[in-house]
Design a protein around this ligand. Structure first.
Ligand SMILES: Cc1cc2nc3c(=O)[nH]c(=O)nc-3n(C[C@H](O)[C@H](O)[C@H](O)COP(=O)(O)OP(=O)(O)OC[C@H]3O[C@@H](n4cnc5c(N)ncnc54)[C@H](O)[C@@H]3O)c2cc1C
Length: 506
């Protein structure tokens, strides 16, 4: 069956498009930031205010990565994390983590006020709820953690909206916004202060001699005193072994228009499958309900289309709405101890910085990361440097996780090589894709609406795992580190920087 064509994410679709002139006069810039999502844009905005000459480069259009496909809750409530973090990393780190994210929330609120940004910002209480008895203890322990950390919140036995919940924990006075409208304004402020914005300029590689240098796909090179990788996954991942300490998780969002009043609040359940709920106001008294979840490791698990179907069913059963106006999916990266990696990419490379691993809480973590890196570049004191440093590796659980994570990569690597597809090109219907066998060799096959065949080598160009077909987004996704390729094999998302090899049917 042919899938209806959905528009882009609501955030991307409903905000104006900022134009960039894509020109650069000097090939040596004080600071180069690669990646124009919430991290790169916030940092670029902060640095130009300090008089730093900055070039902000993106492979695509700005805010078209994960930030353009988020649910945009701005909160320090990141699921049930604080009790776990106190046990795993100690109360001091848990307290710093809350403080970093809470200050980031306040920074966003202040910036919106300062520039009078119209971005549907509103204060909302945030809830984690459960319908499973085995989570009751976890909710109560989380509440105790809130008390220890001085977080304002409470245990609740029902939710303000009509969703079944046996128990929940509320964090008071969090927020939500339209991320593209907010960041567009920061980009305008950046450009008006002389910042250079280069879109559609993929960076192919990095050389690090006396000064770091970005090697552009178009053949150009830009040298910098300071280089920041705000590329979501740091494609320059060998020096810090990032491939061994990050994994990608994919999540889905459906958005449905509603004229019924919404009682407010942002919600996420504690158990799996995840259900994340918020609204955003539309014109004429209408709301857009955003229902997210169905998280799974990228390139692993069932047919991706079925994840959308389950979210649609949830929307229908709980809100009585069948018509879906938008749907989108994206992925985020998770670190070994659930705390992002922000700071010097390795202890030996003081001029290259990284910010990654927000575990689906990048509105506050990405903002906090930008503030940490600004202070590192300007040599200013920042309370959160040690919390986020990628060079931390004293936590025992991290070491255990390294082994588990690499075992999973090894498993995917070997499993992919051993699995021989049982389909041939003839089995693939129009608008479908799958791994097939051709002349005894494995290949990825996609047939478009007219039956045009696209064949690719399914070996990921990052470290050689076998990519899997993503039916929901018509892409080839890598189960090892989350690289994604179009049906033609072009890179859509790193760490891979090279396309899949195209196979000629002849
Ligand atoms: C479905 C979903 C829902 C979420 N909901 C929430 C939420 O409610 N609240 C919350 O706090 N967080 C949420 N998150 C997480 C949050 O959206 C992300 O953590 C955050 O957007 C990541 O921002 P970023 O700047 O690191 O990356 P991105 O926004 O992905 O930006 C990275 C940029 O780098 C560019 N790039 C990559 N490689 C190159 C290259 N080689 N050359 C040049 N440019 C390159 C990309 O084109 C991209 O524009 C959610 C995530 C998902 C997946």
């Amino acid at each position: 069956m042919q899938e209806p064509n959905y528009p882009e994410s609501y955030w991307v679709e409903s905000a104006k498009r900022i134009e960039s002139d894509n020109s650069i006069e000097s090939q040596k810039i004080e600071t180069v930031i690669v990646g124009a999502g919430i991290t790169g844009i916030t940092l670029a905005y902060l640095l130009v205010q300090e008089g730093v000459k900055v070039a902000l480069i993106d492979a695509d259009r700005i805010i078209h990565g994960t930030t353009g496909h988020t649910t945009a809750k701005i909160t320090a409530q990141h699921g049930l994390i604080y009790d776990k973090m106190i046990n795993q990393s100690g109360i001091e780190k848990a307290s710093l983590y809350y403080k970093a994210n809470n200050e980031a929330l306040q920074f966003i609120a202040d910036t919106i006020q300062k520039h009078e940004i119209s971005c549907d910002f509103s204060r909302q209480d945030a809830y984690v709820y459960t319908n499973m008895d085995e989570y009751f203890d976890k909710i109560m322990l989380e509440h105790r953690a809130y008390e220890k950390l001085g977080i304002t919140g409470d245990v609740v036995k029902e939710l303000p909206i009509s969703i079944d919940a046996k128990l929940g924990i509320m964090m008071k006075n969090q927020a939500q916004f339209h991320p593209v409208k907010y960041l567009n304004k920061l980009v305008e402020a950046f450009v008006s202060r002389g910042g250079i914005l280069l879109e559609n300029t993929p960076v192919a590689d990095i050389e690090n001699d006396e000064h770091p240098k970005v090697i552009l796909k178009n053949g150009g090179q830009i040298e910098a005193n300071k280089l920041v990788l705000a590329t979501h996954y740091p494609f320059y991942d060998w020096p810090g072994l990032y491939f061994a300490r990050l994994h990608a998780e994919r999540s889905y969002v459906v958005a449905a228009k509603s004229t019924k009043p919404y009682a407010g609040g942002m919600y996420i359940n504690a158990e799996s499958p995840t259900r994340s709920i918020r609204y955003t106001p539309l014109n004429e008294g209408e709301n857009l309900l955003l229902i997210g979840g169905e998280t799974h490791k990228t390139g692993q698990g069932e047919s991706t289309l079925s994840h959308y179907e389950k979210l649609v069913e949830f929307t229908k059963n709980n809100f009585g709405i069948e018509e879906i106006s938008y749907r989108w999916s994206a992925q985020d990266l998770v670190t070994l101890d659930d705390i992002p990696y922000v700071g010097h990419i390795t202890a030996d490379e003081p001029n290259i910085y990284v910010a990654t691993g927000y575990a689906k809480w990048g509105m506050t973590n990405g903002t906090a990361a930008a503030r940490v890196i600004r202070d590192l570049i300007l040599d200013k004191q920042n309370d959160f440097v040690d919390l986020y440093t990628p060079s931390r590796f004293d936590a025992n659980p991290s070491i255990k996780n390294v082994i588990v994570q690499n075992a999973d990569v090894a498993k995917q690597l070997i499993k992919g090589k051993l699995e021989a597809p049982d389909k041939t090109i003839e089995d693939i219907a129009n608008s479908e894709g799958a791994a097939v066998m051709i002349n005894g060799e494995r290949a990825g096959c996609y047939k478009d609406e007219e039956g045009q065949i696209y064949l690719v080598d399914t070996t990921c160009t990052h470290i050689g795992c076998e990519v899997k077909w993503n039916s929901g987004d018509r892409s080839w996704d890598c189960p090892c580190h989350g690289s994604r390729f179009s049906y033609k094999g072009e890179v859509m998302e790193g760490p891979a920087t090279e396309p899949l090899r195209r196979i000629d049917l002849d």
